[in-house]
Write a protein that binds this ligand. Structure first.
Ligand SMILES: Cc1cc2nc3c(=O)[nH]c(=O)nc-3n(C[C@H](O)[C@H](O)[C@H](O)COP(=O)(O)OP(=O)(O)OC[C@H]3O[C@@H](n4cnc5c(N)ncnc54)[C@H](O)[C@@H]3O)c2cc1C
Length: 548
């Protein structure tokens, strides 16, 4: 294969570069070792930043977030929910911070309005009533998978191509400049060679490894690990931030049907092995309790971890990822026509892509203008929490009230049979987790208990998975879900897990079905380990990007 620009990494940043470069008329191919948005982009908190979080700690990032917030709401209306946000200072919080916050917001151009505690409580009645100060901001929430797939389809309209399950194993060079990449296709077990004029390294926390393939060892990407816990309801309908200097568990985000409390920030050694500590989970639940009294009485659904692609920041100690800058960095190397991008936020993905493609243009000596902020990825429908319910009701009316024509397979997330078969027609090699990421199967309160076996049956009946593959993918899916359930096995969650165990081991006898090899490429490279209560490390489990 050949093209002008190869992009390595199919997270938000890489996909943004694919779209931007394709719109500027470059022929482009994106290569991703797993599925799109399976890395950090599928394991983040779900917040479309207003910039408020950074007005004191990182003013430059605050301004970028505020500007991109407006643009993303305009170009991704189907993926962004305009929830608005609150910053609340509670009794006992640093009383001087709210004034610093208000000043920082004015200095950085982040829209902030102070409101009374009573007005904040009227808007969010479950909030802790001991509010000292409250501010409204323009926060929103964003469905990262919807945003990424939207941007990819937009890129395809301009000729952009993408190869998932293709892992870059080598970068080829001639005369000090890149000439191509070699990737291994895990599904076909073959090497693919792509000739190109330029390479963008958008491999997020893995960017250092990719740069090293070109002999560039000066990219020090520090994986800043953060965990998040999804609760089984929307406890708030507005993003709620604690009005304090950024700290653990300071943001509660309502995403789709759940609320997510997060996050932590600890240096990880390897982005493929992220550990979830039991005490961190308890810390998140305590933080949620401080914001919303009674938080712990709700059911914790799932826990997961992601790794921020932070560039080593010499101002702070090497392990202090909490205080490392969230600024984006676009790096040109001694090797010509190789550009690396790291840092930033999902909220600033479009801006990062614009700066990267500007750098590629400079490397190639061409001048082509960016148009991604003007042209929308989607023109509608505007995001609504209840859009699936409306769709199901409409279909029922159309079919004379007969739900059997297109039955609901996942009741928690209202996924119908035709949604599954349509996606399988588009992506016949999709694994169970690919379906989950795009349709949200198994991400609601039952965590796959009821819908997983049905989905496996449908994919088999549809001719996509053999019966052995369906069984193995089902087993792997349940194992991956289990990774995020194990740390919250208490109360109602323990009852649900016991029920699921009865369904799969007791009734279906899944443990007794003979094992066969997994379809190639199905096993994820990223794994999250967590110590068991006795302090020993359990077998490696994967927490698959949670409920955002
Ligand atoms: C805990 C946490 C919470 C966060 N919350 C927010 C938030 O609320 N709002 C916000 O705006 N931002 C948030 N962020 C930041 C945001 O998620 C990231 O900045 C963003 O997702 C990074 O995207 P990326 O494309 O750069 O990296 P990734 O999404 O990690 O993409 C890199 C890709 O490269 C691929 N790759 C690696 N090696 C290879 C190879 N050899 N060949 C091919 N492909 C390869 C990986 O599989 C991966 O898919 C959060 C981050 C974390 C960790």
């Amino acid at each position: 294969m050949s093209c002008d620009v190869v992009i390595i990494g199919g997270g938000a940043t890489g996909v943004g570069v694919l779209r931007d470069a394709a719109m500027r008329g470059f022929s482009t191919i994106l290569v991703e070792r797993v599925d799109l948005a399976q890395g950090t982009t599928g394991r983040y908190h779900g917040l479309l930043h207003s910039g408020g979080r950074y007005v004191v700690s990182d003013p430059h990032s605050a301004t970028e977030c505020a500007e991109e917030n407006v643009i993303l709401k305009r170009i991704h209306p189907d993926a962004v929910e305009e929830t608005g946000g609150l910053f609340v200072a509670l009794d006992g919080d640093d009383p001087e911070f709210p004034d610093k916050f208000a000043k920082g917001a004015a200095d950085t151009g982040v829209p902030v309005t102070e409101i009374s505690a009573a007005a904040a409580l009227k808007r969010e009645p479950r909030l802790n009533p001991h509010i000292m100060r409250a501010f409204e901001v323009e926060d929103g929430t964003v469905d990262g998978w919807r945003m990424v797939w939207g941007a990819v389809h937009s890129a395809e309209e301009y000729g952009g191509r993408y190869l998932t399950y293709h892992r870059v194993t080598a970068i080829e060079m001639h005369d000090g400049a890149v000439t191509g990449v070699v990737c291994h296709s895990d599904k076909d077990d073959e090497d693919v060679h792509i000739e190109c004029r330029a390479i963008v390294n958008a491999a997020g926390p893995w960017a250092g490894q990719i740069a090293a393939l070109a002999g560039e060892h000066d990219i020090h990407v520090v994986p800043g690990r953060g965990i998040m816990v999804a609760m089984n309801h929307r406890l708030v309908n507005t993003v709620v931030n604690r009005c304090v200097y950024p700290t653990d568990g300071d943001i509660l985000v309502p995403v789709h049907t759940v609320s997510i409390i997060g996050t932590t920030d600890v240096r990880a050694t390897d982005p493929d092995h992220l550990v979830i500590e039991q005490n961190e989970v308890q810390k998140m639940l305590d933080s949620g309790e401080a914001l919303v009294p009674g938080f712990r009485k709700n059911r914790a659904l799932h826990v997961w971890a992601g790794a921020r692609p932070l560039l080593q920041d010499k101002r702070v100690s090497a392990n202090d990822t909490r205080h490392m800058s969230r600024n984006m960095s676009v790096v040109k190397h001694d090797v010509k026509r190789l550009v690396t991008v790291a840092g930033g936020k999902l909220t600033t993905y479009r801006l990062m892509a614009e700066r990267v493609v500007d750098a590629v243009c400079e490397e190639l000596g061409e001048n082509r203008a960016c148009r991604t902020a003007e042209e929308p990825v989607a023109t509608g429908p505007t995001y609504q929490v209840t859009h699936r319910l409306a769709g199901v009701e409409k279909a029922k009316k159309r079919d004379g009230g007969l739900p059997d024509k297109d039955p609901i397979i996942c009741e928690c997330e209202l996924v119908t049979k035709s949604m599954i078969t349509k996606l399988l027609d588009e992506q016949p090699h999709a694994t169970f987790d690919d379906l989950r990421r795009q349709l949200r199967i198994g991400m609601g309160p039952c965590q796959g208990g009821f819908c997983a076996s049905r989905t496996a049956g449908i994919a088999h009946e549809h001719g996509c998975w053999s019966s052995q593959q369906a069984t193995e993918l089902l087993r792997l899916f349940l194992k991956n879900r289990w990774g995020g359930l194990y740390p919250v096995l208490y109360g109602q969650q323990a009852r649900e897990a016991a029920l699921d165990e009865w369904i799969y081991s007791g009734t279906l006898g899944l443990d007794d079905v003979p094992a066969s090899p997994l379809p190639a490429g199905a096993e994820l490279p990223s794994a999250t380990r967590f110590p068991n209560p006795a302090g020993q490390e359990s077998p490696t489990h994967v927490t698959e990007g949670g409920a955002q």
